[in-house]
Design a protein around this ligand. Structure first.
Ligand code: ASP
Length: 600
């Protein structure tokens, strides 16, 4: 049976007898004549049940309710004029016609739904607990299609550049990507566990040793970490690795891949190459390694100006090797006390003791409202005005701390000001793609006294810094690592890798991993590096985030068919759940060590 889909029939089909299948989107009774909008994956078609066409169908149509599954056969007719008024619906692609039903089969009735599909629902948990209904909404259906097209575009693009998709294990060994592992107990090896991959990092490097040279995978990754709008315990990466390559080649490849994904997902033409910024500049100017540059509010350095200030909070910070930095939130002097409190709370949560600010009420500094300007001398006031282009109506906010903390504090404050001032409203369609390069290789944790890998332990130091790593000088080492950022979101990140055993061992030593531990946890990769490992590098793109941005959504949950809620639960299938006794029994019985085979 050839059926039409519900977004197919047009005026040209007039007179044809057709069959449509789908769900009753809505039904209306107009003086005993029933109209339904029939919905399927493609769209809507109006069907009308008139007793003169088929009294039986017309009678049955009275029982139709939202979400019943039906099959309708009828004749395509132009929508009539009623009392001189056209009933054409210009909003609908099928709005010129309707199907005058001659037969109706009610395939399956639907119960009253727990929520209406044509209304936005703020209770996300309710949506997720009936996700199979929630996904029927056209917006969600559209998001799944966008995701399909975007994923296909990435696959096609990489395939056309000689990359092959290779699947790597899900039951695997822990690989450090900075999160906790999910563990799966092994029935056959009592007391032993598989770790779900945080990323296929080691496998893809081993594939390079295996001579694959160009690998990719649409790979599911698992990280047991706290959830946010753009994080899920399981998520998908477009994971890529190449041999005999360098940063330039990977950047160029990914620019092409991202452009293809945006073209396929929303028909956007993304100009390449993307701009680049070093990690230092990004932190220094925007206080973030994923800066949103669509609005101004850049961070300025005032350390020189306040180095000898009578305001000891500022001069003291500089004397302690720190900095004084500030931003000017233009036109925001009317900030409310509540908003000041909110900004102060953000600063304090990021390690500041408070938040110094000036509400610029007029040209003359004597009119400024601020708890601190009384400590500034003439030169400081003028210098400040000049450096930050201070004008009436502005709000100046300060941070005085060690460089990285001051940058981070103002980076957060800057984003909150932009949100309070609605600076990004209506600018969702602007795409500011940016590469961040020259990340630090290692970060020092004051509390534990340990160094940790900023990217991951397999990242290669820049050429000049490799000896430093081997000699145990860990400060200020730079990595051959790069992130691609869009509008304040990290879309992906990668690096050129270490491919030599000695250098990898030096990296493990820097991270405080003993030789024995390295042999236990990473022996396979260290060993592989001794059998002719090619130089290699790669990247992973966060597919969920990319699709979220392409679809114009604010949470990755809107572009994942069956996401976990913000507590990590799948509310529909009620997981996680206690294991069934029978599952536990299986585990227990089989995990007891078997009796030794009787000697033959
Ligand atoms: N495995 C890395 C990550 O998940 C990406 C990469 O280095 O290729 O962030």
């Amino acid at each position: 049976m050839r059926t039409h889909h519900c977004n197919e029939l047009r005026a040209e089909n007039q007179g044809e007898t057709v069959t449509l299948t789908g769900w009753v989107n809505s039904s209306r009774d107009h003086g005993g004549v029933i109209f339904i909008d029939l919905r399927d994956r493609e769209g809507l078609t109006q069907c009308v049940f008139r007793p003169e066409e088929s009294s039986e169908s017309a009678k049955a149509s009275h029982s139709l309710r939202a979400e019943d599954v039906v099959e309708v056969t009828g004749r395509v007719e132009p929508r009539p004029e009623i009392d001189g008024n056209s009933t054409v619906n210009p909003e609908l692609p099928t709005g010129d016609i309707e199907v005058a039903a001659t037969a109706l089969t009610i395939v399956n009735k639907a119960k009253v739904l727990p929520f209406q599909l044509d209304k936005e629902l703020s209770n996300e948990d309710l949506r997720l607990s009936h996700r199979f209904l929630d996904l029927r909404r056209p917006r969600m259906n559209q998001n799944l299609r966008i995701r399909h097209r975007v994923t296909k575009a990435a696959r096609d693009y990489l395939d056309s550049h000689g990359f092959i998709e290779v699947e790597t294990p899900i039951l695997s060994k822990s690989t450090p990507e900075g999160a906790r592992d999910f563990l799966v107990p092994s029935r056959m090896h009592p007391g032993s566990f598989y770790a779900l991959p945080q990323a296929p990092q080691q496998y893809k490097q081993l594939l390079m040793v295996a001579g694959v040279e160009r690998y990719f995978q649409v790979a599911r990754c698992f990280r047991d970490e706290d959830l946010r709008a753009d994080r899920q315990p399981e998520f998908t990466q477009v994971d890529v690795e190449g041999s005999f390559t360098d940063q330039e080649e990977i950047i160029e490849l990914m620019e092409g891949c991202l452009s293809a994904m945006f073209k396929a997902g929303r028909d956007a033409d993304i100009p390449t190459p993307f701009e680049r910024m070093t990690w230092h500049d990004a932190m220094n100017q925007f206080g973030s390694d994923k800066p949103d540059r669509r609005f101004g509010i850049q961070i300025e350095d005032l350390s020189d100006l306040f180095a000898d200030s009578g305001f000891k909070v500022f001069s003291g910070a500089v004397k302690n090797g720190g900095v004084v930095k500030a931003i000017n939130a233009k036109g925001f002097s009317g900030i409310t006390t509540g908003q000041v409190d909110k900004l102060t709370e953000i600063a304090v949560n990021h390690g500041a003791k408070g938040l110094a600010y000036i509400q610029v009420r007029g040209e003359d500094p004597s009119t400024w409202r601020s708890p601190i300007t009384k400590f500034f001398n003439e030169e400081e006031l003028l210098g400040l005005k000049d450096k930050l282009n201070v004008e009436e109506g502005d709000l100046v906010l300060f941070a005085a701390d060690q460089w990285e903390s001051a940058c981070e504090i103002l980076g957060r404050i800057r984003l909150e000001c932009a949100s309070m001032q609605s600076l990004l409203q209506g600018r969702e369609g602007e795409f500011d793609f940016l590469w961040i390069t020259e990340f630090p290789l290692l970060a020092y944790d004051e509390e534990s006294g340990n160094w940790s890998a900023v990217h991951h332990p397999f990242t290669r130091p820049v050429d000049g810094d490799q000896e430093q790593l081997q000699q145990g000088n860990y400060s200020n080492l730079r990595a051959q690592a790069y992130d691609v950022v869009l509008n304040g979101h990290e879309l992906g990140g990668g690096s050129i890798r270490i491919h030599e055993k000695e250098l990898q061992s030096a990296m493990f030593t820097a991270l405080g991993i003993s030789e024995e531990q390295a042999a236990n946890e990473f022996g396979h990769i260290l060993e592989a590096f001794e059998f002719g490992a090619p130089p290699h590098g790669g990247i992973a793109l966060g597919l969920d985030r990319i699709v979220m941005l392409i679809a114009g959504e604010e949470s990755i949950r809107e572009v994942i068919a069956f996401p976990k809620n913000n507590k990590g639960c799948d509310l529909m299938s009620a997981s996680p759940a206690p294991a069934e006794p029978v599952q536990l029994r299986d585990l227990r019985i089989k995990t007891t060590v078997p009796d030794p085979e009787p000697e033959a």
